[in-house]
Design a protein around this ligand. Structure first.
Ligand SMILES: [Zn+2]
Length: 205
């Protein structure tokens, strides 16, 4: 059985964590486009050099180039039993560019907007090492990370910025989910990491 999983969900749905857990359980790699982009640049490939130039110029990588990067990644031998793609395609333009492979499952972690706001609104980032924590862990702005630097709240973690991103998700990504039709399984994203993970595994059966 080969699993080609697209894992979708709004920010704060915990899909990055779940992608890693699925990867471990199923023995297939998990990746997001941001990570692939960094890897491609670090590799010094023709595409990586192109991306490096585009980003240095403050421009955006085109959907076609991003899709080409993904195509190359999916041609590597570690994906022969499948892969987990975290948060792609996130709009219809990317959906159309992703025309070289068909997923077996599209798993959508649903989290109500109020819950996403609560989770993300309490997010703290370390100025030193970039690690992320939460005020729900009993930490506050100015407390020190184990690395010795202070926690702060990023500007894009304000309620307004979070709401805007959640609206973009609903507006741009939900049409993609609809297009995948029967491949889609919605999973309740409320509860513990283990509870959500168990629901994802059930959805794969
Ligand atoms: Zn730190």
């Amino acid at each position: 059985m080969s699993y080609k999983i697209l894992l979708m969900g709004p920010q704060g749905s915990g899909k990055g964590t779940q992608a890693e857990k699925l990867s471990e359980r199923l023995g297939i790699p998990a990746f997001g486009m941001g990570q692939l982009l960094r890897d491609e640049i670090a590799s010094g490939s023709d595409l990586g050099l192109k991306f490096s130039g585009i980003l240095k110029a403050g421009e955006l990588v085109s959907d076609e180039d991003a899709a080409e990067m993904l195509k190359r990644r999916l041609a590597k031998s570690d994906t022969q039993n499948g892969y987990i793609l975290d948060g792609y395609p996130r709009n219809m333009s990317q959906y159309e560019a992703f025309n070289f492979d068909i997923p077996t499952h599209v798993l959508v972690i649903d989290v109500p907007r109020a819950e996403s706001l609560k989770r993300l609104g309490g997010r703290l980032t370390c100025r030193g090492c970039g690690k992320v924590a939460s005020i729900h862990d009993g930490l506050k702005v100015g407390d020190l990370c184990p690395c010795g630097s202070a926690w702060y709240q990023r500007e894009d973690d304000t309620p307004e910025a979070i709401t805007r991103r959640l609206e973009i998700y609903e507006h741009d990504t939900m049409p993609v989910v609809e297009n995948y039709g029967k491949l889609v399984a919605h999973v309740d994203g409320l509860g513990s990491i283990e509870e959500v993970f168990a629901r994802l595994l059930t959805a794969l059966e």
